[in-house]
Design a protein around this ligand. Structure first.
Ligand SMILES: Nc1nc2c(c(=O)[nH]1)N=C([C@H](O)[C@H](O)COP(=O)(O)OP(=O)(O)OP(=O)(O)O)CN2
Ligand code: ZN
Length: 129
C-alpha cells in the first residue's frame, strides 16, 4: 500500500506557568516552543485551500499554531489563558492540545504525531493510536 509521510517544524513564543508547581516553573516565564508535526496517510485528499486530491494535509493547516494568538494560533500569548483548563501547560499537554486541535482539521484516515519542546534538550511527544 502506498504511504506518504509529511513532517513540518515551527516555533512560537509564549508565556506560561505550571499550576501548583513547587519551583521556578510555577512562576510566569516564557519559552520559544518548538513543534514537530508528523502525518501519514495512504491516500491524498482535497483541502481547505485546494479542491484537488493532491495532499495528505496542507502544510498551512498543520502549522496553524504558529500564527499569532489574535489569528487563532498560540504565538505571543499566555498559554494558561488560551488553552482550555483541562490541559495543563506542560510540554506533554501542549502537545496533546495541538494534537487534538490539529486532528479536527484533518480527514479521519490521517495518522498524526505531535512533539513539543520548551528547551533545546527536552521533547514531549503525543499520539493516539
Ligand atoms: N515532564 C516535564 N517536565 C517539566 C516541564 C514539562 O513541561 N514537562 N516543564 C518545566 C518548566 O516549564 C520549565 O520551564 C522547564 O524547566 P527546565 O527543564 O528546568 O529547563 P531549563 O532550561 O531551565 O533547564 P536547566 O537544566 O536548568 O538548564 C519543568 N519540567
Ligand atoms: Zn516552562
Amino acid at each position: 500500500m502506498p504511504k506518504w509521510k509529511l513532517v513540518t517544524e515551527f516555533s512560537f513564543d509564549s508565556a506560561h506557568y505550571i499550576k501548583d508547581y513547587d519551583g521556578p516553573c510555577g512562576r510566569m516565564h516564557g519559552h520559544t516552543y518548538k513543534v514537530r508535526i508528523e502525518v501519514q496517510a495512504s491516500k491524498l485528499s482535497a483541502s481547505q485551500y485546494c479542491p484537488h486530491p493532491v495532499m495528505v494535509a496542507d502544510f498551512r493547516t498543520l502549522r496553524w499554531a504558529k500564527q499569532d494568538v489574535t489569528k487563532g494560533g498560540l504565538d505571543h500569548c499566555v498559554l494558561n489563558e488560551v488553552m482550555p483548563p483541562e490541559y495543563e501547560t506542560t510540554a506533554e499537554m501542549i502537545a496533546q492540545y495541538i494534537y487534538d486541535e490539529t486532528k479536527k482539521r484533518l480527514t479521519s484516515d490521517v495518522k498524526l504525531k505531535v512533539a513539543v519542546s520548551e528547551t533545546p534538550n527536552s521533547w514531549a511527544e503525543y499520539e493516539d493510536d
